[in-house]
Design a protein. Sequence first.
Length: 528
Amino acid sequence: MKKRSQASAVLFAGRISAAVALIWVVGYAGPISGAESKKPNILFIFSDDHAYQAISAYGDPRHLVETPNLDRLAREGMRFDRCVVTNSICGPSRATVLTGKYSHRNGFYNNTNSVFDGAQTTFHKLLGAASYQTAVIGKWHLVSDPVGFDFWQILPGQGAYYNPPMIRNGERVATEGYATDIVTDLSVDWLKKRDRSRPFLLMCQHKAPHRSWEPALRHLAADGGRVYPEPATLFDDYSGRGAAERDQDMTIERTMGDGDLKLVPPKGMKPEQLEAWNAYYEPLNAAYREKRLSGKDLVRWRYQRYMHDYLACVRAVDESVGRLLQYLDDEGLADNTLVVYSADQGFFLGEHGWFDKRWIFEESLRAPLLVRWPGVVKPGGTCRELVSNVDFAETFLEAAGQPVPAEMQGRSLVPILRGETPSGWRKSFYYQYYEYPQPHHVRPHYGVVTDRYKLVKFYGAGEGDYTELFDLQRDPQEMRSVLNEPGYSEVHGELERELLKLRSELGVPDSVPAEAMGGKASGGKGLR
Ligand code: CA
């Protein structure tokens, strides 16, 4: 055991040779057999804005939706209950996943003016150099074209749900159908055509369930007209916190538009698709208009429509996971394939009256993370350690027996997957959000997160910087800053010191580069 932990410490430092790392990985997996000595395939299924509350394995008290295929992954693998992101927004999260670095190191701060520098070191390029065949299919959202994949077929920009145009290895191609199904079909096709003599990395990345939450036609009536329980904080008045929480532009009440609410149909549908769409929504919309709702009744109606649409999109993602797992089963690949399901961040499903993400608060900060790796991960385990999307690249590299470059800022999750959390695992995590003012007018902030506390500093909005402190044990819904309450001065001091330490360790510059905020100056209904 001692030898193993020494090997693991060296591996974290990224100084171990590929050969030694491979021996170490194989050594852990037990007796060497033909299958176990092979590098594992890696199937990374990544969705956009999928809240952990909308995966039944996470046990949200609202029981919003059944996700049997994602639940299968949790049952056969490990469910991570505190996977936090570095910067809770689409492009920056994707850049972090690829590089194993924070926004201030990979240069992708926001969705407005950041462009991913594809010349950087990324885990997929390192796997490609280590004999993996690599592909990314679906949502990309890093502005520049993918670099270093054997095959790529992406949705340009945010992508469309219906009949989405795509770009395949640089060439624009038309598609017909529903984006989640198309991305799954393409993923299975690529697997079928792959070089079977080499391991694969497939990044299957869905647009769903991103705004504006357009369900597949087969799922329009799938919930049987269910009335969804409301979150306790749907009518949050933001008292107990500062100006940032009040000034945002992401409420169900004020920010959702007619397209979000399906009061107008999406663009780009074929006539027969539109006909089926309207057959579902038009009678419901007519009944809604007749009621002339206002105030809380209107918010409640909007919340129900939002849940219907969002969760229907989740159903298609869950089916996609089921099809991919079935393919692995049918081909006998399941035993030697590391399957990871995650999303680029969390999402508010009406908590605090919000949709969207961006905040350091739990629903936004925490992404779902389910990992299955037969023979390595004990089925049905859960993990409450602070892990992050900044750890994914390092994890994939170690799983493939590759060294982790010193420039990467996370840590491989492989020891945790083996059930042996290193004694020095992180107890605090640094977070920073930049994009401002629009879309959604969420003030830039950074902070430190621990198992119990969050210290948050709002900065750079030209409207007065301030600090908040949240005690998740006493206030799990993060409704009240306790910064000035008696009894918290010691905790506050510790967290201030921890914040400085983390900023120093991570090389966070004292001043934020001018382009980092990027946000549009006006508007507020942006699809970011
Ligand atoms: Ca996203």
